[in-house]
Write a protein that binds this ligand. Sequence first.
Ligand SMILES: Cc1cc2nc3c(=O)[nH]c(=O)nc-3n(C[C@H](O)[C@H](O)[C@H](O)COP(=O)(O)OP(=O)(O)OC[C@H]3O[C@@H](n4cnc5c(N)ncnc54)[C@H](O)[C@@H]3O)c2cc1C
Length: 520
Amino acid sequence: MKDNNKKYDAIIIGGGHNGLVAACYLAKAGKSVILLESNKELGGATTSVKTFPEYDARLSRYSYLVSLLPDQIVADLGINFTTIGRSIASYTPYERAGKNDGLFISSDWDEATANSFRQLTGSDKEGKAWCEFYRDIALLAKRMAPSMLQPLKTAADLKSEMGLPEVWRNLMEVPIGEVIRNQFSDEIVQGVVLTDALIGTFASANHMQANRCFLYHLIGNGNGKWRVPQGGMGALVNELHRIATSWGVEIKLQSKVTTLESGAMGVLVETESGEIYTAKDLLFAAAPQHLAKLRGSAVPESLEGAQMKINMLLSRLPRLKSNIDPKLAFAGTFHVNQSYSQLELAYATALNGEMPELLPLEMYCHTLSDPSILSDALNEKGFHTLTLFGLHTPAKLFDTDPDAAKALAKQRAIASLNQYLLDPIESVLAPCSNGSLAIEVKSPLDLAQEISLPRGNIFHRDLDFPFLEEDGEKSSHQIWGAETDDPHIYLAGAGARRGGGVSGIAGHNAAMALLSKDVK
Ligand SMILES: Cc1cc2nc3c(=O)[nH]c(=O)nc-3n(C[C@H](O)[C@H](O)[C@H](O)COP(=O)(O)OP(=O)(O)OC[C@H]3O[C@@H](n4cnc5c(N)ncnc54)[C@H](O)[C@@H]3O)c2cc1C
């Protein structure tokens, strides 16, 4: 055992972006901080990696788009990190009456979008419903977003502050599947709306857990826009690292915490290699399930992760059967097998222990918005990246034979995508010198193994609504959503209330909870 004899104000466990955000706020406020990260690099789910060693292409290996990171955190910490807006929201290819077409949706409603809705549904009714639905949600997003960085409010207080009872009811009180079915009649349109409720959440459209996921996908930064991180997700982590060290945060990599003790005088942790650190307080920026294990307390129950992440490098973009320019089709979110009934069927199939045949998936091309993740040489040759996120592939499908299940999921994802391509995706994947193609597949079990996401849950645990839901919670110790039943331990990662996604909100709120002790 090695004790460095220094007592810090705070130990932070976990060097994902939330741990780094918390470290920055605390160090900026004058606290002495040490951050312990088990992996050999920082970032957790927000890393950029040279995935295919012979190609100079740095792909966002896990998370890939930014919406939830508030401008306030960027400004408070002076983070030099740019996100790029996408003028195209999505493209959903479909085949009807033997003809290939697609639903094209611009980020801001325009004539091309109106025509595309008309082409799919035969009238302007569905497009009008779309505009009304998202107009109302945009109002709520704008009003609700600032509350994410404030002490928690009760549902009743926040609801009355929002002043939008109908929207509140639709998002917070009625299953989102029911709302979508009432609002829209075309099941492709219904599915495009529903996907936001299912990203990272293994649920049916009729489960309230889907509502929570939906809300987080639509209120980010007050506008719900999903933007491309310039330079990839790793650029955010590099910046946070720079800022944290400039304020004196000590960072120790390959320092997995295996023991945790807490008492009246503060906390003590020991790493796998026997280093001991002590502090007044501890911010736990990894999953709450790991904290529970370290403390010997009951592990919180949660849904398991249910997504495949596939990263690809292409020598060129594939042509589509619908004839749309691939630069338009892949610039926004490209939806496959995501009609309402396909999503529900895939969920039921996976729940029943089988890999969905028609895997619902969504993709986007980072390099159409931001070529900076590729070398000049690759850009000149016309290379691109594709990021694929497959839904409804829960961890349990991979338990018995992880390799075989991964191979099956990959095959189904490729077949699903190829339904709509003139050039099968394999024909445009960059070749590697060992004879393989430039495609990397991550199952939920890989995420658990590589970055400690419990059963691959991308939000660490089930998302909560961003307010105190039950009367009992109001009188509990929850103020910032970071507090635990130990006055020296705070949750600072995605698993804190209002955490989840690339937002830094959990890190901010945990730092505020700790700093507010000083003013009591
Ligand atoms: C495939 C995938 C795609 C995603 N896509 C998006 C997206 O596009 N946009 C979005 O907003 N969100 C996305 N997410 C979710 C988002 O990335 C995460 O919710 C968020 O990054 C979590 O950040 P965090 O800092 O709280 O935790 P993490 O990033 O999970 O970091 C926790 C860190 O703690 C470390 N750790 C764990 N245990 C210990 C220990 N005992 N001792 C020391 N260190 C420990 C881990 O190694 C890890 O580095 C995605 C996630 C995944 C996996």
